[in-house]
Design a protein around this ligand. Structure first.
Ligand SMILES: *Cc1c(COP(=O)(O)O)cnc(C)c1O
Length: 392
């Protein structure tokens, strides 16, 4: 499948030829663990055992690699399983990582409580600030710079191309967690990143019905010592075994087919919700990369197709009002996660980011995060208006 084909053409066809034996146009769910060999070692299509490879998972991995413009995709049981496999593939004890100051809570918890006790140190940098990232690099020891953009939950934007240069100069690989933007709105590999990760649980799957992760490697990794990153990840994916199962792979693959149309609608709706929030008296601040007042709006405009479906905002009346507003909405679902067709609302300080309380990553207590779904936006705004008029 050529890179020249459009995004949705690749989403619907890459890695998904009609089934050779039946012509089935949807890739079958190969719910199987092992494969008949034609004589010892005579694997059909290379399939031997489903931890190593499974045809439904292969279709998803090939499709995702095509969407990110990468060389190879690796599907995992969750976003964090993919991140863990990636870190173990690329780093050894004594290495150092730069982690963003408003990373996904689970990502920070992973580096702080899992990687660090195993000898992988980290420093935290505000990734919206290129100089802060440069300053956080420990010469000779930093092997990986982790970037999330836009960030969760404050929608910070990192300049991927500028940070790629800094990382590469220091001999470190740049990993970009592209979960919030999705492969439709942003392709970090084209901007110089070496590896892209996703929680496919979010926009990629898009229907709040599957948990999964994806790692995609760049065609060319120029950082000395990491040229074989793809082989190392393939080895670790099989050796650790945190792979995506066939049904989960199939659900994610089905989600990807509509990613472009869903993202356009998420963006349309988010822009209107942002308009409403910026005009509401009870709101003290709105975080959205599409706002000209956003500190890195220019960077976001350069590296993203549009600005996404995630919006965060703060209430003048503080934490109590934020908690009450989250409980008062009817149509918005109070819940964690994001990126599904249905709109979600949450209070990061007590929910998704409770694990970073008391650390450098603590989030404001009066903050509300929205994952704007693809319902009729007038209904979404009306529901928010009712809740905010009472509590904000
Ligand atoms: C959800 C999320 C993750 C973790 O993915 P899981 O699928 O929950 O393991 C990582 N990064 C970001 C930005 C996320 O939103």
């Amino acid at each position: 499948m050529s890179d020249e084909q459009g995004f949705s053409t690749r989403a619907i066809h890459a890695g998904q030829p009609a089934d050779a034996s039946t012509g089935a146009v949807s890739v079958p769910i190969y719910q199987v663990s092992t494969y008949k060999q034609d004589g010892i070692g005579g694997f059909r299509g290379g399939y031997e055992y489903s931890r190593s490879a499974n045809p439904t998972r292969t279709a998803l991995e090939e499709c995702f690699a095509a969407l990110e413009g990468g060389s190879r995709g690796f599907a995992f049981a969750s976003g964090l399983a993919g991140q863990d496999t990636l870190v173990r593939s690329l780093l050894v004890p004594g290495d150092h990582v730069v982690v963003p100051s408003d990373a996904y809570g689970g990502t920070y918890r992973y580096f702080n409580k899992v990687a660090r006790p195993q000898g992988i140190e980290h420093s935290i940098a505000r990734i919206a600030d290129v100089d802060a990232v440069r300053a956080a690099i420990v010469p000779g020891r930093t092997k990986l710079v982790w970037v999330e953009t836009p960030t969760n939950p404050l929608l910070g934007v990192a300049d991927i191309a500028a940070i790629a240069e800094i990382a590469h100069e220091a001999g470190a690989v740049l990993v970009v967690d592209n979960t919030f933007a999705s492969a439709y709105l942003q392709n970090p590999l084209a901007l110089g990143a070496d590896v892209v990760t996703h929680s496919t649980t979010k926009y990629s799957g898009g229907h709040s019905d599957v948990v999964g992760g994806m790692v995609v490697t760049a065609r060319q990794i120029s950082v000395a010592g990491f040229e074989d990153a793809e082989d190392r990840i393939a080895f670790h994916q099989n050796s650790i075994g945190g792979v995506a199962g066939p049904f989960d792979s199939w659900l994610t693959l089905r989600g990807l087919k509509t990613l472009a149309v869903r993202m356009e609608r998420h963006c349309d709706n988010a822009e209107k919700v942002v308009d409403f929030l910026t005009g509401h008296d009870g709101v003290s601040q709105v975080y959205y990369p599409g706002l000209p007042s956003h500190v890195n709006h220019e960077v976001a405009a350069r590296q993203m197709k549009r600005f996404g479906g995630m919006v965060s905002f703060r209430l003048k009346k503080g934490e109590d009002a934020a908690v009450k507003a989250c409980a008062a909405v009817q149509l918005w679902t109070l819940g964690e996660s994001l990126g599904g067709v249905e709109s979600l609302i949450e209070h990061p300080a007590r929910m998704t980011h409770a694990s970073v309380a008391g650390t450098e990553l603590e989030v404001p207590a009066d903050l509300i995060r929205l994952s704007v779904g693809i319902e009729d936006v007038d209904d979404l705004i009306e529901d928010l208006r009712e809740a905010l008029d009472i509590h904000a």
